[in-house]
Design a protein around this ligand. Structure first.
Ligand SMILES: Cc1cc2nc3c(=O)[nH]c(=O)nc-3n(C[C@H](O)[C@H](O)[C@H](O)COP(=O)(O)OP(=O)(O)OC[C@H]3O[C@@H](n4cnc5c(N)ncnc54)[C@H](O)[C@@H]3O)c2cc1C
Length: 393
């Protein structure tokens, strides 16, 4: 396919909406059965959305992070598991597309992602480390042209369904815990021994089981840049922004359902304002704050992209951390408002106003890299960094 250099936002959004329609149809079943959102992800692939951020020379469309965030928000309104799978895949793509430039192996792999619509998972969490992305216990062993790695990975979302996994580790057995590299292993180059089953409150369709990962691959598959740089300049910010976008999507659908509930109530009693109307206005107000938070973060990211100093600035990290903490907290308040508006129709499963899945999925947001851990990190930066008070970005 000869993709245009810049895809119009409408085009991508249109394709995302078509995929979201399929994902929505299966969302309740994916959740109830705790299974991979196969139909939603097949629809995403059919719309050729997997490699959109990759440059056109490699088969991609050079989509911006903002465009991809919009896709996440659209999918989030239909099926949070499909949206999270797509978002986590794009987080890996962002790292590969920008931090493996010039590496022939990785560029050939990026081309394969576009051609074959491959799905990439990530294994950063590790037993004994928790959610501290910037530390590893396991170490990659480079033996001439071959690299070997064993990792006790506590959570690998859609690990069993992925075509490749990006795995963090120490650079070598002598390296300190934060001296990490990331390696991309192809499905045929690793085995996964399941150690835990993802039977959770929400985000059930991400199938984020725990595994002992054992991989062996050519050493050229280790990303050329240190993981410290990839995490600081890309992965953390992109994660917070794409997660924030899909969490916004979950809350937006909750507000849409409660708006439909209030409208139906208004139709039943002409001339009177339904009791939920005021609370709906409040929910709409809070939803706008989440949107503004994510949009402002995306603008800041797009402005800083390619500028290592801007991306490494503490004020940038503080802003990205605040987006994650703020959106993850606010969506719970919004969905709770919507629950109060729709009452028992929201609490019950299987009604047009059901919100149980939304609420359960949204509860993962504060834990997905613990807000306490992020606030701890921000508080350290605020000891030395001046609070940004400008409205100009
Ligand atoms: C839906 C979902 C999908 C996921 N997918 C993946 C995946 O594909 N790959 C992957 O690698 N990981 C994945 N994760 C894991 C995730 O990124 C974190 O590793 C995990 O949520 C952290 O788990 P934890 O709460 O046990 O660990 P911790 O981060 O260790 O936190 C445990 C508790 O300790 C406290 N705490 C810990 N450290 C601090 C600190 N410094 N300051 C203050 N309090 C602290 C917090 O209160 C926290 O509740 C996923 C998680 C979710 C929810």
């Amino acid at each position: 396919m000869n993709a245009p250099a810049q895809v119009a936002a409408m085009d991508l959004a249109e394709r995302a909406r078509r995929a979201a329609k399929v994902a929505a149809e299966f969302a309740d079943r994916v959740d109830a059965e705790g299974r991979f959102p196969a139909e939603g992800m097949e629809a995403v692939k059919a719309e050729r959305l997997m490699g959109v951020m990759i440059r056109p020379e490699l088969g991609g469309e050079s989509a911006t992070l903002t465009q991809v965030a919009d896709v996440c928000a659209i999918l989030g309104q239909s099926c949070a598991a499909t949206a999270m799978t797509y978002a986590m895949h794009q987080i890996q793509i962002a790292s590969l597309a920008d931090y493996a430039v010039g590496s022939a192996w990785h560029e050939a792999f990026l081309k394969r992602i576009c051609d074959e619509q491959l799905l990439v998972a990530s294994a950063t969490s590790e037993a004994g480390i928790g959610g501290n992305l910037r530390n590893s216990i396991c170490a990659i062993e480079v033996d001439g042209p071959i690299a070997r790695l064993t990792k006790d990975a506590t959570v690998i979302s859609y690990g069993a369904a992925a075509d490749a996994i990006m795995v963090t580790s120490r650079r070598n057995a002598e390296a300190p815990h934060p001296d990490q590299v990331a390696t991309l292993f192809l499905k045929e180059q690793y085995t996964l021994e399941r150690t835990s089953v993802w039977d959770t409150l929400g985000m059930r369709g991400t199938c984020s089981d725990g595994y002992i990962f054992r991989g062996e691959c050519p050493a050229e598959q280790i990303l050329p840049r240190p993981f410290a740089e990839i995490a600081a300049q890309s992965m953390l910010a992109v994660s917070h922004l794409l997660w924030g976008a899909l969490w916004y999507g979950i809350a937006a659908d909750a507000v849409a359902r409660s708006q439909a509930f209030v409208r139906a109530a208004a139709r039943k009693m002409p001339g009177q304002t339904p009791p939920g109307a005021l609370r709906l206005a409040e929910a709409s107000n809070l939803l706008q704050q989440v949107k503004a938070n994510v949009v402002a973060g995306l603008k800041q990211f797009e402005a800083a992209k390619g500028n290592a100093d801007a991306l490494n600035a503490m004020s940038f990290s503080v802003a990205m951390n605040n987006i994650k903490v703020g959106t993850s907290q606010m969506i719970l308040v919004i969905i709770n408002h919507c629950m109060l508006i729709c009452g028992i129709s929201a609490y019950k499963n299987g009604t047009p106003y059901s919100l149980g899945r939304h609420l359960r999925d949204a509860h993962s947001a504060q834990l997905m890299i613990s807000n306490d851990r992020i606030l701890g990190n921000t508080s350290t930066m605020l000891l030395v960094n001046k609070q940004d008070t400008s409205l100009l970005g």
